[in-house]
Design a protein around this ligand. Structure first.
Ligand code: APR
Length: 172
């Protein structure tokens, strides 16, 4: 699995799947969630509402991931994942790690060969970018990574701002 880093706006990514740092409602919000929904257009929210009306009536729990189409984005899929909210006392870093691994499980399942990640949790949910980078690194370099995600050839972290970029640079 090739891992690259860049600074920029993840909504412009042309990789197969873009990961959204969502909240459990899946009905949009601020930060990267807001940016993705704005760029994807109403079709994305409609798909998320459909999930809430069917397979995810109680929303998406922290650490889980679910794919939808990508509306007007260049990507084919959006993979929504919910980081642990430090401000709500969700401080278990293994949940943050599972955001990365569960998103790759979903990418493998749907056939996305390239995945763009934001720094999940490093904004509203209050995690230090360095902690997020370390959690992402542990997830992607796990012993079973190649067997678990054989068809995910490329992962790119798209960082918004210097602090996150430096933190990920230091770790990766
Ligand atoms: N492209 C890439 N990264 C972005 C973008 C963007 N367009 N916009 C924001 N980011 C970065 C932030 O700078 C931060 O480093 O994404 C990282 C994650 O921040 P948030 O989007 O705030 O996500 P998170 O900390 O996981 O909090 C999720 O915030 O937006 C709401 O609905 C969302 O309630 C949920 C919560």
């Amino acid at each position: 699995m090739e891992i690259t880093l860049r600074t920029g706006d993840i909504t412009t990514s042309t990789l197969d799947a873009v990961v959204n740092a969502a909240n459990s409602s899946l009905l949009g919000g601020g930060g990267v969630d807001g940016a993705i929904h704005r760029a994807a257009g109403p079709a994305l929210l409609a798909e998320c509402r459909e999930l809430r009306d069917s397979t995810l009536p109680d929303g998406l729990p922290p650490g889980r991931a679910v794919a939808t189409g990508a509306g007007d984005l260049a990507a084919r899929w959006v993979i929504h994942t919910v980081g642990p909210n430090r401000h709500a006392g969700q401080t278990d870093v293994s949940v943050l790690e599972s955001c990365f691994s569960a998103s790759l499980d979903e990418a493998q399942r749907i056939g996305a060969h390239s995945v763009a990640f934001p720094a999940i949790g490093a904004g509203v949910y209050g995690w230090d970018a360095a902690e997020v980078a370390r959690a992402a690194h542990r997830a992607l370099t796990a012993e079973d990574a190649d067997e678990r995600w054989p068809d995910v050839a490329r992962v790119e972290f798209v960082l918004f701002g210097q602090a996150a970029a430096q933190a990920f640079d230091a770790v990766f």
